[in-house]
Design a protein around this ligand. Structure first.
Ligand code: SAH
Length: 398
């Protein structure tokens, strides 16, 4: 039996939860929780003992659980999960029937009503990512609900509940048929090779689909393109297919070289005509400056936080400096695509970083367009940090 517990919530937090804020924060509790198992049901009450909602206990990076329903009598079992999955599927109907895009997010945590769980589709395979042991304790009911409504070949899962949300190393296969990897998926007719049983990441970040499409269709033709923090080179592939004169991909991880060659090759792009550089991006900036290299299009998509031998990069602290480096090697009327998945600052703060960097470099600029998460990464207005992606296209002026 699952433990059930009544929990008192402080006034301000209670008001937020009443308006739909789904995260249960440690600081919201009137009294610290007694020792309780992950997955325990929490019944939340305000200080006047009015019912606020019910959720589960599951420790994540941020928060100690998620509110799942305001209905006191709702059972958090298969039927409940089934109805959430059905709604999520309706919202992605265009993807489920598309011949051009076969990889997308089917279920996006709190945006689809269940914080702590995401489900991604890769052709006929699905990857469940569990963000706490608490949500993982519901897995039998959730997999059962999923089987009732989706035809699939196989399911893989990522458990991201080691210390600070790190991936728990395991055989990630769950049920169905095992896939053969690489599995080739499509996104707006661009192919990506993915590996569903090879660590925490699969080879492509599905939240950039709109940006890759835009770069391919409107920003690449005839251009020299620098893709920094390039990982498997997904942006470079989009640019090459969009007619870039040449792409340069820079990532410090050794695996990025064979992975990028693979992504080019499956798309029929001659990788030998492209540059793929295994190097610290900050070293590369120095090298490019020394050689007088300049690019028409520079893509910046760093992780929120990274530590290399020589450098610690934190998007919240260091993005302005990163932009300055990029500006210095961008052609006079070139474009910088500045992207961040850092949820601790807003779009308006990001604009300030851009303004400051251009000012310091003595550059006029225009923001020509910007993007946040695509439709399949559904978010809820009541939870700001869920809407983490910020991408700004900056056109430099003479
Ligand atoms: N832009 C990529 C995703 C980036 S993931 C895409 O579209 O798919 C972050 C990548 O940054 C990782 O591959 C990591 O190896 C790389 N990285 C982190 N710090 C770096 C640094 N200082 N220099 C170069 N690459 C770095």
């Amino acid at each position: 039996m699952r433990t059930e517990l009544n929990v008192l919530i402080k006034k301000q937090a209670a008001d937020k939860i009443r308006k739909g804020f789904p995260l249960i924060e440690q600081t919201a509790l009137v009294r610290a929780l007694p020792k309780v198992d992950e997955g325990a049901i929490l019944h939340l009450f305000d200080e006047s003992e009015r019912y606020l909602g019910k959720g589960y206990y599951g420790k994540q990076n941020k928060g100690i659980g998620w509110v799942l329903t305001k209905d006191q009598h709702m059972k958090l079992e298969t039927t409940f999960f089934n109805s959430h999955l059905k709604k999520a599927i309706e919202h992605r109907s265009e993807f489920l029937t598309s011949e051009h895009t076969t990889a997308f997010r089917l279920f996006n945590g709190e945006g689809d009503g269940i914080g702590g769980l995401t489900i991604d589709c890769y052709e006929d395979y699905y990857v469940f990512t569990w963000y706490s042991e608490g949500i993982y304790s519901f897995r039998d009911d959730i997999y059962e609900a999923f089987q009732q409504i989706i035809n699939f070949k196989g399911i893989y899962e990522k458990k991201r509940f080691a210390k600070a949300g790190q991936y728990v190393e395991d055989d990630d296969f769950v049920q169905g048929e095992r896939g053969e990897f690489p599995l080739l998926v499509k996104e707006n007719d661009v192919k990506f090779a993915v590996y569903l049983n090879d660590g925490p990441m699969t080879g492509v970040f599905l939240d950039q689909k709109d940006v890759r499409k835009r770069i391919k269709e409107h920003y690449s033709k005839g251009k020299s393109v620098l893709n920094t923090f390039s990982y498997t080179g997904a942006f470079s592939v989009a640019a090459a297919l969009g007619g870039a004169r040449k792409t340069t991909s820079v990532d410090l991880a050794k695996r990025s070289l064979p992975k990028t060659i693979e992504q080019f090759s499956i798309n029929g792009v001659d990788y030998e005509a492209q540059d793929i550089v295994v190097m610290d991006v900050f070293q590369y900036f120095k090298f490019a400056k020394k050689k007088g290299k300049r690019f028409d299009l520079v893509i910046l998509d760093p992780p929120s936080f990274a530590r290399s031998k020589k450098h610690t990069f934190s998007a919240a602290k260091d993005y302005t400096g990163l932009l300055e480096e990029a500006i210095a090697i961008t052609e006079k009327e070139g474009v910088i695509v500045a992207s961040t998945n850092c949820s601790t600052f807003s779009m308006s703060k990001f604009h300030m970083f851009i303004k400051e960097a251009c000012k310091r470099q003595g550059k006029q600029y225009e923001i020509v367009e910007q993007y946040s998460l695509p439709k399949d990464f559904k978010t809820t207005q009541s939870f700001g940090p869920g809407d983490y992606l910020k991408v700004v296209f900056i056109k430099l002026k003479k």
